[in-house]
Ligand binder design. Structure first.
Ligand code: UP6
Length: 263
């Protein structure tokens, strides 16, 4: 997948949400996902409005927002349509299928009603995917194949291979992976180019935080490690000017992608 354009890969994607995101990235010329991890609806929506023109995706953690209502999700979707981005709720489902489906559809957040896609850990096994897929109005799902945090136990060839096998068993619903170094996976050559690789732990300024986050740059992530989408949180919403920070990350991400295509 590393040598192919997003647009070309969109055509081979088996999951409609993957095809849609890859097409969007090609059309809008951005591979930046802003992770807006703020704690009020007003801050979240203000940031989404500010960074909207620069991003292909806005990532949320709805359960850190203290005043989340149905209107928060609806307004996010309105902004997504207005600015041409998709909405990814980073819920990291990790329970048995029945519970994960309830968490996706019900509760205060009704995640399935406003998110375009979500993600899940592979630790429960493949039925968590069946369960999420069975929810009415379900979007799509990314699987966590690797994490950015220091000391993660989600590592090694066998773990990655499990993620890949689970994805390949549900190619219409699994759109890709949250990962760190897909280019260097032992099984990299077997990865379907229709999957999207989204990589968090990205910063131009910092190497990490006090609680185990580890950062790499957009260039390293995309060129050296094989990421498609760079996910940036504090580098954008923690900046004094989120608008210009998002423009800066967008440019760095797109330049790295263009450099990769030349290799
Ligand atoms: N995230 C990671 N690493 C992972 C998976 N997810 O950082 O392996 C998520 C975090 C956060 C964002 O939950 O929302 O990506 C990264 O934020 P940051 O750029 O502020 O560190």
């Amino acid at each position: 997948w590393l040598a192919q354009s997003y647009g070309t890969r969109a055509k081979s994607a088996k999951c409609p949400a993957a095809a849609n995101l890859l097409e969007l990235m090609e059309r809008k010329k951005t591979n930046l996902c802003a992770s807006l991890d703020v704690t009020t609806s007003a801050e979240l929506l203000k940031l989404a409005e500010e960074v909207g023109p620069q991003v292909c995706c806005v990532k949320t953690h709805c359960d850190v927002v203290s005043d989340w209502t149905e209107a928060t999700g609806a307004e996010l979707q309105r902004l997504a349509k207005a600015h041409d981005f998709v909405v990814f709720e980073d819920r990291k489902f990790a329970d048995i299928g029945n519970t994960a489906a309830l968490q996706y559809e019900c509760g205060l957040h009704k995640i399935s009603s406003w998110s375009d896609f979500v993600n899940a850990h592979i630790t429960p096994g493949p039925f968590v995917i069946d369960a999420l897929k069975g929810v009415k109005g379900a979007g799509a799902c990314l699987l966590l194949a690797e994490m950015s945090s220091k000391g993660t136990v989600a590592t090694g060839d066998a773990y990655v291979k499990s993620a890949l096998d689970m994805a390949d068993a549900h190619p219409d619903f699994v759109m890709g992976f949250i990962d760190q170094t897909p280019k260097n996976w032992k099984c990299a050559k077997d990865v379907d180019p229709g999957y999207v690789h989204m990589t968090p732990g990205i910063s131009l300024a910092s190497k990490g935080d006090k609680v185990g986050q580890q950062y790499t740059t957009p260039h390293m992530a995309i060129v050296d490690n094989g990421a498609d989408v760079v996910i940036v949180g504090r580098g954008i919403y923690g900046a004094s000017d989120a608008k210009s920070a998002s423009a800066e990350y967008r440019e760095a991400g797109w330049k790295a992608y263009e450099a990769r295509l030349q290799m």
